[in-house]
Design a protein. Structure first.
Length: 365
């Protein structure tokens, strides 16, 4: 078997990580290396290493052409830039034009819907577009699919919740902070009686959880078609319920200019605090993903504890790349519910990896 790090018959190298100097991108590169896969990577400014490339897509044709030229040298691209509601499918289109397979960590519902409509384009260009292969969706979706196989109650009589608790002391990127701001100020989509409904701006529960809009609310009903309800909630341990209420009412977060500045500021502060924690007393930096099926006086609860949301996101994305490279996937758009068997293989491999501390499933009555 040939080395995964040598150019293929078309002269393409295996993987390039777009946004490879960000928090998630750096972790993706490290995990790929653990799988024996060397990667190149990009940032807006590039760097002195031969593996570090400049890639910035604005509105110019020259930027796009240069991006296509660069990406044409690789078989797979992992898209780790964001927030995806801002960059949309810009990098996807460059990859499609280059004939380069894609894995992204998209967490924006509208883009997830849009990419599903690009099936014909992906097939025509013989490109595999793996979208939504991060923590949420991706790992969260995979856990729901796994529990559904063990659930004895009719899905029509079942309510499902996914709750993500993010510990303190997390290194953070500005894109993630902007997504948090969007969550605090915006209406969100949930599933009721198998249908998508829009709910008003989220109000935190007493334990600090707030409703969070993720493509899972779009993906889950595609598989569990008659599900009674599904909702995704998130809690930031660094924010109290009163903090969340205050932030959700501040008009300053509705200004894009101020949102970007504040997101960069909070990301720098969080990362600085996280680095200090590494050198001294450790804060709880874990991420806990709890998935619960309710119905007919019984519950099925899965609890996954990981090293943090970025680590879990990177692990699922990098593992999807490694798994896809070892298999003959058909061209087209492949999200976490397209091929549940493939998704479960990725989940199983991640659960056995370094980024997951524990995974337990308990049945309760």
């Amino acid at each position: 078997m040939s080395s995964p790090n040598k150019p293929n018959s078309q002269g393409r190298l295996p993987v390039i990580v777009i946004g490879g100097t960000g928090v998630t991108g750096r972790m993706v590169r490290r995990i790929l290396k653990r799988y024996g896969i060397e990667s190149h990577y990009t940032s807006r400014k590039g760097g002195p290493e031969a593996e570090h490339h400049v890639l910035e897509l604005n509105d110019s044709d020259s930027d796009f052409s240069e991006a296509v030229r660069l990406l044409s040298g690789f078989t797979w691209a992992v898209i780790c830039v964001g927030p995806f509601e801002a960059v949309e499918d810009t990098f996807h289109q460059a990859c499609l034009s280059a004939g380069t397979n894609i894995v992204d960590v998209n967490d924006y519902r509208e883009l997830a819907i849009q990419l599903r409509q690009e099936q014909s384009q992906a097939e025509d260009r013989e490109v595999r577009v793996l979208t939504g292969w991060g923590l949420s969706p991706g790992m969260s979706t995979a856990v729901v699919l796994r529990l559904a196989k063990q659930w004895p109650v009719s899905i029509a009589d079942t309510d499902v919740t996914t709750e993500l608790s993010i510990g303190r002391g997390q290194e953070s990127g500005a894109a993630a902070v902007r997504s948090m701001f969007r969550t605090l100020r915006s209406p969100h989509i949930a599933v009721r009686e198998g249908k998508l409904i829009e709910r008003s701006r989220p109000h935190p529960s007493d334990d600090g959880y707030i409703a969070y809009e993720t493509p899972d609310v779009h993906y889950i009903p595609l598989v569990l078609k008659t599900i009674r309800s599904y909702e995704y909630r998130v809690r930031f341990a660094a924010l109290t319920a009163s903090d969340v209420r205050m932030l959700s009412k501040r008009r300053i977060f509705t200004s894009q200019r101020w949102e970007e500045r504040l997101a960069s500021f909070f990301a720098r502060m969080a990362s600085k605090k996280a680095r200090k924690a590494e050198a001294g007393a450790q804060e709880d930096r874990s991420a806990v993903l709890t998935t619960t099926f309710y119905g007919e006086d019984q519950k099925l609860v899965a609890r996954l504890v990981g090293l943090g949301p970025y680590a879990l996101t990177a692990a699922f994305a990098a593992t999807a790349v490694a798994e896809a490279m070892s298999r003959d996937l058909s061209p087209g758009v492949i999200d976490p519910v397209t091929d549940p068997e493939f998704t479960d293989r990725v989940l199983a491999r991640v659960l056995a990896g370094e980024e997951v501390r524990s995974f337990n499933v308990d049945r309760e009555r």
